[in-house]
Design a protein around this ligand. Structure first.
Ligand code: F3S
Length: 410
Protein backbone atom coordinates (compact mmCIF):
# COMPACT_ATOMS: atom_id res chain seq x y z
CA UNK A 1 0.00 0.00 0.00
CA UNK A 2 1.04 3.58 -0.56
CA UNK A 3 2.72 5.23 2.45
CA UNK A 4 3.57 8.90 2.81
CA UNK A 5 7.14 9.83 3.63
CA UNK A 6 6.20 10.27 7.28
CA UNK A 7 4.47 6.88 7.41
CA UNK A 8 7.43 5.22 5.72
CA UNK A 9 9.71 6.70 8.40
CA UNK A 10 7.45 5.23 11.08
CA UNK A 11 7.70 1.85 9.36
CA UNK A 12 11.48 2.16 9.12
CA UNK A 13 11.70 2.73 12.86
CA UNK A 14 12.73 6.39 12.81
CA UNK A 15 10.08 7.20 15.44
CA UNK A 16 11.19 4.37 17.71
CA UNK A 17 10.43 0.65 17.97
CA UNK A 18 6.91 1.14 19.41
CA UNK A 19 5.80 3.20 16.45
CA UNK A 20 7.51 0.79 14.02
CA UNK A 21 5.67 -2.16 15.60
CA UNK A 22 2.37 -0.28 15.36
CA UNK A 23 2.91 0.66 11.71
CA UNK A 24 3.83 -2.94 10.82
CA UNK A 25 0.50 -4.08 12.26
CA UNK A 26 -1.45 -1.44 10.33
CA UNK A 27 0.28 -2.20 7.04
CA UNK A 28 -0.51 -5.91 7.46
CA UNK A 29 -4.16 -5.08 8.22
CA UNK A 30 -4.34 -2.63 5.33
CA UNK A 31 -2.94 -5.23 2.93
CA UNK A 32 -5.46 -7.81 4.19
CA UNK A 33 -8.35 -5.41 3.50
CA UNK A 34 -6.98 -4.17 0.18
CA UNK A 35 -6.53 -0.61 1.48
CA UNK A 36 -4.62 1.63 -0.91
CA UNK A 37 -3.35 4.02 1.75
CA UNK A 38 -3.55 5.12 5.36
CA UNK A 39 -5.88 7.81 6.63
CA UNK A 40 -4.90 10.17 9.49
CA UNK A 41 -7.25 9.73 12.46
CA UNK A 42 -8.25 12.37 15.00
CA UNK A 43 -8.78 10.02 17.91
CA UNK A 44 -8.81 6.37 18.92
CA UNK A 45 -10.92 4.43 21.40
CA UNK A 46 -9.54 1.15 22.68
CA UNK A 47 -10.98 -2.06 24.02
CA UNK A 48 -7.51 -3.37 24.81
CA UNK A 49 -8.43 -2.19 28.29
CA UNK A 50 -10.67 -4.87 29.70
CA UNK A 51 -9.25 -8.11 30.99
CA UNK A 52 -12.43 -10.10 30.39
CA UNK A 53 -12.36 -9.13 26.72
CA UNK A 54 -8.68 -9.60 25.96
CA UNK A 55 -7.47 -12.17 28.49
CA UNK A 56 -3.77 -12.98 28.97
CA UNK A 57 -2.85 -12.53 25.30
CA UNK A 58 -4.29 -9.01 25.37
CA UNK A 59 -2.43 -8.10 28.56
CA UNK A 60 0.80 -9.24 26.93
CA UNK A 61 -0.02 -7.28 23.76
CA UNK A 62 -0.62 -3.97 25.55
CA UNK A 63 2.49 -4.51 27.68
CA UNK A 64 4.48 -5.17 24.53
CA UNK A 65 3.58 -1.71 23.24
CA UNK A 66 4.78 -0.27 26.56
CA UNK A 67 8.01 -2.28 26.50
CA UNK A 68 8.75 -0.89 23.03
CA UNK A 69 8.34 2.65 24.33
CA UNK A 70 5.11 3.39 22.43
CA UNK A 71 3.03 6.47 23.32
CA UNK A 72 -0.34 7.62 22.06
CA UNK A 73 0.08 10.27 19.37
CA UNK A 74 -3.62 11.23 19.34
CA UNK A 75 -6.32 11.45 22.04
CA UNK A 76 -7.22 7.86 22.89
CA UNK A 77 -9.91 6.84 25.33
CA UNK A 78 -10.45 3.52 27.07
CA UNK A 79 -13.53 1.32 27.02
CA UNK A 80 -14.79 0.13 30.44
CA UNK A 81 -12.37 -1.92 32.50
CA UNK A 82 -13.05 -5.52 33.42
CA UNK A 83 -14.17 -4.56 36.93
CA UNK A 84 -15.07 -1.63 39.16
CA UNK A 85 -11.53 -0.40 39.80
CA UNK A 86 -12.28 0.65 43.39
CA UNK A 87 -14.95 -1.73 44.64
CA UNK A 88 -14.03 -4.90 42.80
CA UNK A 89 -14.05 -7.04 45.93
CA UNK A 90 -17.71 -6.07 46.57
CA UNK A 91 -18.50 -7.57 43.17
CA UNK A 92 -16.68 -10.82 43.94
CA UNK A 93 -13.95 -10.33 41.35
CA UNK A 94 -11.22 -12.95 41.86
CA UNK A 95 -7.83 -11.59 42.96
CA UNK A 96 -5.90 -13.10 40.08
CA UNK A 97 -8.31 -11.47 37.61
CA UNK A 98 -7.98 -8.12 39.39
CA UNK A 99 -4.18 -8.31 39.31
CA UNK A 100 -4.27 -8.70 35.54
CA UNK A 101 -6.74 -5.84 35.17
CA UNK A 102 -4.39 -3.62 37.19
CA UNK A 103 -1.52 -4.56 34.85
CA UNK A 104 -3.70 -3.20 32.04
CA UNK A 105 -4.40 -0.02 34.03
CA UNK A 106 -0.66 0.48 34.46
CA UNK A 107 -0.06 -0.01 30.73
CA UNK A 108 -2.87 2.43 29.90
CA UNK A 109 -1.12 5.10 31.99
CA UNK A 110 2.28 4.34 30.44
CA UNK A 111 0.88 4.69 26.93
CA UNK A 112 -0.67 8.05 27.76
CA UNK A 113 -4.25 6.96 27.08
CA UNK A 114 -7.23 8.81 28.59
CA UNK A 115 -8.53 6.45 31.29
CA UNK A 116 -12.20 7.41 31.14
CA UNK A 117 -13.24 3.71 31.18
CA UNK A 118 -16.48 4.19 29.31
CA UNK A 119 -18.19 3.07 26.13
CA UNK A 120 -19.54 6.61 25.65
CA UNK A 121 -16.26 8.52 25.11
CA UNK A 122 -18.17 11.09 23.02
CA UNK A 123 -19.94 12.16 26.22
CA UNK A 124 -16.82 11.93 28.35
CA UNK A 125 -14.78 14.55 26.53
CA UNK A 126 -13.94 13.12 23.10
CA UNK A 127 -16.77 14.32 20.88
CA UNK A 128 -15.70 14.06 17.22
CA UNK A 129 -16.91 16.33 14.45
CA UNK A 130 -18.62 15.53 11.19
CA UNK A 131 -16.14 14.19 8.65
CA UNK A 132 -13.43 13.31 11.21
CA UNK A 133 -11.73 9.97 10.63
CA UNK A 134 -11.42 7.90 13.80
CA UNK A 135 -10.08 4.53 14.88
CA UNK A 136 -12.65 3.44 17.40
CA UNK A 137 -13.53 0.08 18.80
CA UNK A 138 -16.70 -0.59 20.85
CA UNK A 139 -19.63 -1.21 18.56
CA UNK A 140 -22.02 1.11 20.43
CA UNK A 141 -19.59 4.03 20.19
CA UNK A 142 -18.78 3.33 16.55
CA UNK A 143 -22.42 3.33 15.46
CA UNK A 144 -23.03 6.58 17.34
CA UNK A 145 -19.98 8.33 15.86
CA UNK A 146 -20.75 7.23 12.31
CA UNK A 147 -24.49 7.76 12.38
CA UNK A 148 -25.28 10.64 14.72
CA UNK A 149 -22.07 12.64 14.30
CA UNK A 150 -21.16 11.79 10.72
CA UNK A 151 -17.59 10.85 11.67
CA UNK A 152 -15.88 8.02 9.77
CA UNK A 153 -14.77 4.90 11.59
CA UNK A 154 -14.73 1.17 11.08
CA UNK A 155 -15.41 -1.19 13.95
CA UNK A 156 -11.73 -1.52 14.81
CA UNK A 157 -10.48 -4.39 16.93
CA UNK A 158 -8.16 -4.67 19.92
CA UNK A 159 -4.47 -4.11 19.08
CA UNK A 160 -5.33 -2.26 15.85
CA UNK A 161 -6.86 0.45 18.05
CA UNK A 162 -3.59 0.90 19.96
CA UNK A 163 -1.55 0.77 16.76
CA UNK A 164 -3.74 3.58 15.42
CA UNK A 165 -3.34 5.52 18.68
CA UNK A 166 0.44 5.31 18.42
CA UNK A 167 0.73 6.25 14.74
CA UNK A 168 -2.35 8.46 14.32
CA UNK A 169 -3.25 6.41 11.23
CA UNK A 170 -5.52 3.57 10.20
CA UNK A 171 -5.86 1.79 6.85
CA UNK A 172 -8.38 3.48 4.59
CA UNK A 173 -11.10 0.97 3.80
CA UNK A 174 -14.72 0.22 4.71
CA UNK A 175 -16.56 3.13 6.29
CA UNK A 176 -13.64 5.52 5.77
CA UNK A 177 -14.71 5.66 2.12
CA UNK A 178 -17.76 7.71 1.26
CA UNK A 179 -18.88 5.18 -1.35
CA UNK A 180 -19.27 2.52 1.38
CA UNK A 181 -21.54 4.68 3.52
CA UNK A 182 -24.70 4.56 1.43
CA UNK A 183 -27.81 2.81 2.69
CA UNK A 184 -28.81 -0.70 1.56
CA UNK A 185 -32.08 -1.41 3.35
CA UNK A 186 -35.10 0.71 4.16
CA UNK A 187 -37.00 0.58 7.44
CA UNK A 188 -40.17 2.58 7.75
CA UNK A 189 -41.25 3.29 11.33
CA UNK A 190 -45.00 3.38 11.72
CA UNK A 191 -45.38 4.40 15.34
CA UNK A 192 -47.18 7.52 16.45
CA UNK A 193 -45.10 7.91 19.59
CA UNK A 194 -41.86 6.32 20.71
CA UNK A 195 -41.02 5.80 24.39
CA UNK A 196 -37.45 5.33 25.62
CA UNK A 197 -38.14 1.58 25.64
CA UNK A 198 -39.45 1.69 22.05
CA UNK A 199 -36.15 3.10 20.75
CA UNK A 200 -34.30 0.19 22.32
CA UNK A 201 -36.74 -2.33 20.89
CA UNK A 202 -36.54 -0.67 17.51
CA UNK A 203 -32.73 -0.81 17.62
CA UNK A 204 -32.88 -4.53 18.30
CA UNK A 205 -35.34 -4.98 15.42
CA UNK A 206 -33.13 -2.88 13.11
CA UNK A 207 -30.08 -5.04 13.82
CA UNK A 208 -32.01 -8.26 13.23
CA UNK A 209 -33.28 -7.04 9.86
CA UNK A 210 -30.22 -5.15 8.61
CA UNK A 211 -27.47 -7.49 9.81
CA UNK A 212 -24.22 -5.80 8.78
CA UNK A 213 -25.91 -3.67 6.10
CA UNK A 214 -26.65 0.06 6.37
CA UNK A 215 -30.28 0.79 7.24
CA UNK A 216 -32.02 3.96 6.17
CA UNK A 217 -34.88 4.84 8.50
CA UNK A 218 -37.95 6.84 7.60
CA UNK A 219 -40.85 7.82 9.83
CA UNK A 220 -38.78 7.99 13.03
CA UNK A 221 -39.63 11.09 15.00
CA UNK A 222 -36.85 13.20 16.43
CA UNK A 223 -36.26 12.64 20.13
CA UNK A 224 -34.85 15.20 22.55
CA UNK A 225 -33.20 12.42 24.55
CA UNK A 226 -29.73 11.69 23.17
CA UNK A 227 -29.90 8.54 25.32
CA UNK A 228 -32.54 7.11 22.95
CA UNK A 229 -30.19 7.23 19.97
CA UNK A 230 -27.31 5.86 22.06
CA UNK A 231 -29.36 2.89 23.29
CA UNK A 232 -30.99 2.30 19.89
CA UNK A 233 -27.65 2.15 18.07
CA UNK A 234 -26.11 -0.09 20.71
CA UNK A 235 -28.96 -2.59 20.35
CA UNK A 236 -28.68 -2.55 16.53
CA UNK A 237 -24.92 -3.04 16.68
CA UNK A 238 -25.44 -6.05 18.95
CA UNK A 239 -28.38 -7.88 17.39
CA UNK A 240 -26.97 -7.26 13.90
CA UNK A 241 -23.66 -5.71 13.06
CA UNK A 242 -24.91 -2.22 12.32
CA UNK A 243 -22.01 0.26 12.30
CA UNK A 244 -23.89 3.05 10.51
CA UNK A 245 -27.54 3.94 10.02
CA UNK A 246 -29.20 6.95 8.48
CA UNK A 247 -32.37 8.59 9.75
CA UNK A 248 -33.84 10.65 6.95
CA UNK A 249 -34.09 14.29 7.96
CA UNK A 250 -32.14 13.77 11.19
CA UNK A 251 -28.65 12.29 10.76
CA UNK A 252 -25.85 14.19 8.99
CA UNK A 253 -25.63 12.10 5.83
CA UNK A 254 -29.36 11.71 5.24
CA UNK A 255 -30.84 15.05 4.33
CA UNK A 256 -33.11 13.11 1.97
CA UNK A 257 -33.87 9.53 0.97
CA UNK A 258 -31.96 10.15 -2.23
CA UNK A 259 -28.85 11.28 -0.33
CA UNK A 260 -28.99 8.33 2.08
CA UNK A 261 -29.20 5.75 -0.73
CA UNK A 262 -27.06 7.69 -3.21
CA UNK A 263 -29.74 7.15 -5.81
CA UNK A 264 -29.68 3.33 -5.39
CA UNK A 265 -32.75 1.22 -4.76
CA UNK A 266 -32.98 -0.45 -1.32
CA UNK A 267 -32.17 -4.15 -1.36
CA UNK A 268 -34.95 -4.83 1.15
CA UNK A 269 -37.79 -2.94 2.79
CA UNK A 270 -39.19 -3.46 6.30
CA UNK A 271 -41.73 -1.73 8.46
CA UNK A 272 -41.81 -1.35 12.23
CA UNK A 273 -45.25 -0.93 13.72
CA UNK A 274 -46.86 -1.93 17.00
CA UNK A 275 -47.02 -5.54 15.78
CA UNK A 276 -43.26 -5.74 15.17
CA UNK A 277 -42.67 -3.93 18.46
CA UNK A 278 -44.59 -6.54 20.45
CA UNK A 279 -42.95 -9.47 18.67
CA UNK A 280 -39.47 -8.00 19.09
CA UNK A 281 -39.95 -7.35 22.80
CA UNK A 282 -41.08 -10.93 23.19
CA UNK A 283 -37.98 -12.15 21.32
CA UNK A 284 -35.71 -10.07 23.54
CA UNK A 285 -36.75 -12.06 26.62
CA UNK A 286 -35.47 -15.58 27.21
CA UNK A 287 -36.64 -15.86 30.80
CA UNK A 288 -38.06 -19.25 31.62
CA UNK A 289 -40.36 -18.03 34.39
CA UNK A 290 -38.01 -17.89 37.38
CA UNK A 291 -37.75 -14.93 39.74
CA UNK A 292 -35.45 -12.12 38.70
CA UNK A 293 -32.28 -12.24 40.79
CA UNK A 294 -30.51 -9.19 39.43
CA UNK A 295 -31.41 -6.01 37.60
CA UNK A 296 -28.56 -4.56 35.57
CA UNK A 297 -28.96 -1.26 33.78
CA UNK A 298 -26.52 1.17 32.20
CA UNK A 299 -25.59 -0.45 28.89
CA UNK A 300 -24.37 1.74 27.26
CA UNK A 301 -23.25 3.60 30.37
CA UNK A 302 -26.01 5.59 32.01
CA UNK A 303 -25.95 9.37 31.65
CA UNK A 304 -26.81 11.68 34.53
CA UNK A 305 -30.32 12.00 33.05
CA UNK A 306 -30.74 8.21 33.14
CA UNK A 307 -29.52 8.13 36.74
CA UNK A 308 -31.91 10.90 37.72
CA UNK A 309 -34.78 8.86 36.28
CA UNK A 310 -33.68 5.71 38.13
CA UNK A 311 -33.35 7.68 41.37
CA UNK A 312 -36.84 9.14 40.98
CA UNK A 313 -38.29 5.68 40.44
CA UNK A 314 -36.40 4.15 43.36
CA UNK A 315 -36.99 6.96 45.82
CA UNK A 316 -38.74 5.75 48.95
CA UNK A 317 -38.76 2.13 47.77
CA UNK A 318 -36.71 -0.89 48.82
CA UNK A 319 -35.17 -3.40 46.50
CA UNK A 320 -36.31 -6.79 47.72
CA UNK A 321 -33.92 -8.78 49.87
CA UNK A 322 -31.42 -10.90 47.96
CA UNK A 323 -31.90 -9.08 44.65
CA UNK A 324 -28.97 -7.16 43.17
CA UNK A 325 -29.71 -3.86 41.41
CA UNK A 326 -26.66 -2.46 39.65
CA UNK A 327 -26.44 0.76 37.67
CA UNK A 328 -23.37 1.05 35.43
CA UNK A 329 -21.73 4.33 34.49
CA UNK A 330 -18.34 6.01 34.50
CA UNK A 331 -16.62 7.83 37.33
CA UNK A 332 -17.43 11.44 36.52
CA UNK A 333 -21.13 10.63 36.22
CA UNK A 334 -21.03 8.76 39.53
CA UNK A 335 -19.47 11.85 41.15
CA UNK A 336 -22.14 14.04 39.61
CA UNK A 337 -24.83 11.66 40.89
CA UNK A 338 -23.31 11.94 44.33
CA UNK A 339 -23.29 15.74 44.21
CA UNK A 340 -26.88 15.85 43.04
CA UNK A 341 -28.07 13.48 45.77
CA UNK A 342 -29.17 10.71 43.38
CA UNK A 343 -26.54 8.28 44.62
CA UNK A 344 -27.76 8.36 48.20
CA UNK A 345 -31.39 7.88 47.08
CA UNK A 346 -30.34 4.90 44.99
CA UNK A 347 -28.26 3.38 47.78
CA UNK A 348 -30.97 3.98 50.34
CA UNK A 349 -33.28 1.88 48.17
CA UNK A 350 -30.72 -0.94 48.19
CA UNK A 351 -29.39 -0.45 44.64
CA UNK A 352 -25.80 0.43 43.67
CA UNK A 353 -24.04 2.67 41.20
CA UNK A 354 -20.88 1.02 39.94
CA UNK A 355 -18.28 2.72 37.76
CA UNK A 356 -15.57 2.10 35.18
CA UNK A 357 -16.98 -1.26 34.10
CA UNK A 358 -20.19 -2.99 33.04
CA UNK A 359 -22.23 -6.13 33.49
CA UNK A 360 -20.82 -7.78 30.41
CA UNK A 361 -17.14 -7.11 30.66
CA UNK A 362 -16.82 -7.81 34.36
CA UNK A 363 -17.15 -11.38 35.63
CA UNK A 364 -20.82 -11.18 36.67
CA UNK A 365 -21.28 -14.76 35.44
CA UNK A 366 -19.52 -15.83 38.65
CA UNK A 367 -22.67 -14.82 40.56
CA UNK A 368 -24.51 -17.61 38.72
CA UNK A 369 -27.76 -15.68 38.36
CA UNK A 370 -30.47 -17.72 36.70
CA UNK A 371 -32.55 -14.78 35.49
CA UNK A 372 -31.52 -11.14 35.11
CA UNK A 373 -33.46 -8.12 33.96
CA UNK A 374 -32.32 -5.11 31.98
CA UNK A 375 -33.56 -2.06 30.10
CA UNK A 376 -30.77 -2.45 27.54
CA UNK A 377 -31.35 -3.94 24.10
CA UNK A 378 -27.64 -4.67 23.79
CA UNK A 379 -27.40 -6.48 27.09
CA UNK A 380 -30.65 -8.35 26.41
CA UNK A 381 -28.96 -9.76 23.32
CA UNK A 382 -25.73 -10.77 25.05
CA UNK A 383 -26.87 -11.77 28.55
CA UNK A 384 -27.44 -15.47 27.79
CA UNK A 385 -23.91 -15.89 26.41
CA UNK A 386 -22.00 -13.38 28.54
CA UNK A 387 -23.67 -13.79 31.92
CA UNK A 388 -25.04 -17.26 31.25
CA UNK A 389 -28.46 -16.23 32.49
CA UNK A 390 -31.96 -15.95 31.14
CA UNK A 391 -32.91 -12.37 30.48
CA UNK A 392 -36.05 -10.28 30.81
CA UNK A 393 -36.08 -7.02 28.89
CA UNK A 394 -38.25 -4.12 30.03
CA UNK A 395 -38.37 -0.38 30.56
CA UNK A 396 -36.58 1.16 33.54
CA UNK A 397 -40.02 1.52 35.14
CA UNK A 398 -40.58 -2.23 34.73
CA UNK A 399 -37.09 -2.96 36.04
CA UNK A 400 -37.78 -1.01 39.23
CA UNK A 401 -41.18 -2.67 39.66
CA UNK A 402 -39.54 -6.09 39.30
CA UNK A 403 -36.89 -5.18 41.82
CA UNK A 404 -39.22 -3.98 44.54
CA UNK A 405 -42.07 -6.44 44.13
CA UNK A 406 -41.95 -10.19 44.30
CA UNK A 407 -42.37 -11.95 41.00
CA UNK A 408 -42.09 -11.04 37.37
CA UNK A 409 -43.19 -7.74 35.88
CA UNK A 410 -43.86 -8.76 32.28
FE1 F3S B 1 -20.95 -0.34 27.24
FE2 F3S B 1 -20.61 -2.61 28.44
FE3 F3S B 1 -22.82 -2.13 27.19
S1 F3S B 1 -19.12 -1.57 27.25
S2 F3S B 1 -22.30 -0.77 25.54
S3 F3S B 1 -22.07 -1.05 28.99
S4 F3S B 1 -21.71 -4.01 27.14
Amino acid sequence: MYLTEEEQKMLDGENGPGCKFAMEILVAVGDAFGAEKMVPVRSAHTILSTYKGILDAGVEAIEQFVALGAKAAIPTTTDPAGMDLERWTEFRVPEDYARKQFRIVKAVHSLGLIPCWTCTPYLAGLLPQKGDHLAWTESSAVVFANSMVGAYTNRETAVIDIAAAVTGRTPEHGLHLKRNRLGNVLIDVQMEKMSAEDYRIFGYFMGKKAGARIPVITGLRKTDRIEDYIAMGAAAAASGGVALYHIVGITPEAGSLEEAFGGNEPEKRFSFSLTEREQTKHDMCTGGGGDIEAVMVGCPHYTITDIKKAAELLEGKSVRKGLQFWIYTYKSIELLAERMGYKSIIEKAGAKITSDTCMMISPTELWRFKTVMTDSGKFAYYAPSQVQADVVFGSIEECVTAAVEKGRPV
